[in-house]
Design a protein around this ligand. Structure first.
Ligand SMILES: Nc1nc2c(ncn2[C@@H]2O[C@H](COP(=O)(O)OP(=O)(O)OP(=O)(O)O)[C@@H](O)[C@H]2O)c(=O)[nH]1
Ligand SMILES: [Mg+2]
Length: 454
């Protein structure tokens, strides 16, 4: 437990119905008692809301009406004494209340410091603490569901189960190595290690989908001029965002817009039509289009269904060869080219026929896009148990590497002392997810991303 008491505004800046100043630490209640004068006399009671006024104790002046809740330790977010002072949601009453808390001895909280205390006081593990930030930042229902499940602790439980199995294996290995003369009942660690490896593998595999749901993906619409890239962008957004004209070379600059496609947050990028152009302005746009393609997670290669592929189409198709790509035959309301003329690598790709004009095929396009982003697997309906944090994925990858080495070593009859190193490394990597094995540097880095007051 900390000796100091922190305070911060817990609500966003700007005007709102209420603004909340939050205190946490041993002096939370004494400070609140100095500032808050309840309407009906009598001391505050834990977990009861009281109406009254915030007053400046130095002058006796009333600052604002307030509702006050004291949550006595350990039944609070931080497991410390917490007081929340709700005043009217304007910057003056909120800031004045905060200033009075600071004058009475509280220290201004750093970003994420309430959650850090919740973690350090054992109220949350690190993966749950990070989930609170994900809940605040979630852009889609699915991202929110993933974060809620993580806050519920499923990932922490999975990780702990594996760590317990590995600790038992490490204990056995250590005894065998340190006391070779003792009669140790021989154990077959193989099945235990295999089971742990399988769990880590499942978690790791779920991250491919989980990260897309949480972080979204960048999708570039590329094609030669006039195939309907900007029209498709507008149609997918259901908004007249990009300029569309019958003149080839209309789009000069790249244009980005966020969209939510079946719960997957995507950034759609419209680009200039790519072809060999003598126009210097157009050439700059085409450079940007190439850069957008290079930085995208997925390319939508837009082709004109009313005419055979041109040399420029082929050149562009070659450019997308190394990138996950979806082929979109647009203007399918007018015509439909025979696909036998495709270059071989395009024939292997998922293909959608659309008309940005009539809307035909747009739902199929959105679905194909989501499938392509999620690695061919359909969206996991209601499946909230996905690893969705790159830090967790990184730790899982390292745990996986060491566990795989341990399994191979055990199967290959390696000397037991070699196993100890891999088991320890796997245990440490997994401990980083729940926070059992992280240093202060990493904690600072993680919590610095939080907002003040959380
Ligand atoms: N019939 C038909 N016309 C379309 C369709 N999509 C776009 N067009 C027309 O094709 C022309 C070009 O459309 P844009 O969306 O500007 O094409 P673009 O690929 O963005 O073109 P640039 O920006 O020049 O590279 C416009 O006249 C559109 O109305 C479609 O699905 N069917
Ligand atoms: Mg365009």
């Amino acid at each position: 437990m900390y000796a100091d008491t922190i305070a911060a505004v817990a609500t966003p800046p700007g005007e709102g119905g209420v603004g909340i100043v939050r205190l946490s630490g041993p002096a939370a209640l004494p400070i609140a008692t100095q500032l808050f004068r309840p309407q009906r006399p009598g001391p505050l009671r834990s977990h009861q809301v009281r109406f009254g006024h915030i007053i400046n104790p130095a002058t006796g002046a009333v600052v604002d009406e307030a509702l006050t809740v004291w949550m006595a330790a350990p039944r609070s977010f931080t497991r410390e004494d917490v007081v929340e002072l709700s005043v009217h949601g304007g910057s003056l009453p909120v800031q004045a209340t905060l200033s009075l808390c600071l004058a009475a001895g509280a220290r201004l909280a750093r970003p994420g410091e309430f959650t850090l205390r919740a973690f350090l006081n054992g109220r949350l593990d690190l993966s749950q603490a990070e989930a609170t930030l994900d809940i605040i930042r979630a852009q889609t229902d699915t991202a929110l569901a993933l974060a809620q499940a993580q806050l519920g602790g499923w990932l922490a439980r999975e990780v702990r189960t594996v760590r317990q199995a590995l600790l038992a294996a490490l204990a056995y290995v250590t005894v065998v190595v340190d006391f070779p003369e003792d009669e140790v009942e021989p154990q077959d660690l193989g099945p235990h290690l295999q089971a742990s490896l399988a769990t880590v593998e499942t978690l790791l595999r779920s991250a491919d989908q989980g990260l897309i749901y949480r972080q979204g993906a960048r999708v570039a619409l590329v094609g030669v001029p006039n195939v309907g890239k900007s029209s498709l962008l507008n149609a997918l957004l259901r908004a007249d965002r990009a300029i569309v004209t019958p003149i080839p070379g209309t789009t000069r600059d790249t244009l980005e817009e966020s969209a939510n496609l079946d719960g997957v947050p995507v950034v759609l990028i419209d680009t200039a039509g790519m072809h060999a152009s003598p126009d210097p302005v157009e050439r700059l746009g085409i450079e940007r289009a190439r850069a957008a393609l290079a930085g995208a997670d997925l390319a939508l290669l837009v082709l004109d269904a009313t005419r055979p592929l041109s040399a420029d189409d082929h050149a562009l198709a070659a450019l997308t060869a190394t990138k996950p790509t979806l082929v979109v035959w647009n203007k399918s309301d007018v015509g439909r080219m025979s696909e036998s003329a495709f270059p071989a690598h395009l024939r292997r790709l998922a293909t959608v026929h659309t008309s940005a004009l009539t809307g035909a095929g747009l739902d199929e396009l959105a679905q194909a896009l989501v499938r392509a982003l999620l690695g061919g697997v359909p969206p996991a309906a209601g499946e909230a148990h996905l690893v969705s944090n790159p830090r967790h994925r990184d730790a899982l990858r390292r745990a996986h590497e060491h566990l795989a080495a341990a399994v191979a070593g055990w199967t290959g009859g390696d000397p037991t002392d070699l196993l100890g190193g891999d088991l320890t490394a796997a245990l440490n990597a997994l401990g980083e997810i729940t926070g059992e094995t992280v240093g202060d540097d990493l904690l600072d880095l993680i919590f610095a991303r939080f907002c003040v007051g959380k």
